[in-house]
Design a protein. Structure first.
Length: 122
């Protein structure tokens, strides 16, 4: 089991290194996210915003058990916050918050080693 989790973490780290262009971000499924924003006076906004749960267009709600990784990327004037979270059903999801538009996107879901890109069909 440890090796399975290790492999999963490696896959997630690799996918987190892939940059998402702001134009491509619109292709990912928009989601509604309930967040907790802490009042800590640290200058790190990324760590102050914590997703608690999110809801997809189909109505399915995912409760976040833990945040596994966080990072931010700048694309021109746009700053994107990326969160890899583990849900209560042990699904790993990559969420993206565009700080310029304040919109959340579901980039991908990983279930038991199966990666699903959440790019919207045209």
């Amino acid at each position: 089991m440890t090796s399975c989790c290790h492999v999963r973490d490696l896959c997630l780290k690799q996918s987190m290194n892939e940059q998402i262009d702001p134009m491509i971000a619109d292709r990912h499924e928009p989601i509604n996210v309930l967040i907790l924003m802490t009042g800590e006076p640290s200058g790190d906004v990324l760590r102050r915003i914590r997703p608690i749960r999110f809801k997809r267009k189909n109505g399915k709600v995912y409760k976040v058990r833990e945040i596994r990784m966080m990072h931010q990327e700048r694309h021109g004037k746009s700053l994107q916050f990326h969160y890899t979270v583990r849900t209560r059903k042990s699904e790993y999801c990559r969420l993206m918050l565009d700080r310029h538009t304040l919109s959340w996107r579901l980039v991908e879901i990983m279930r038991e080693g199966v990666k699903t890109d959440m790019t919207l069909e045209s």
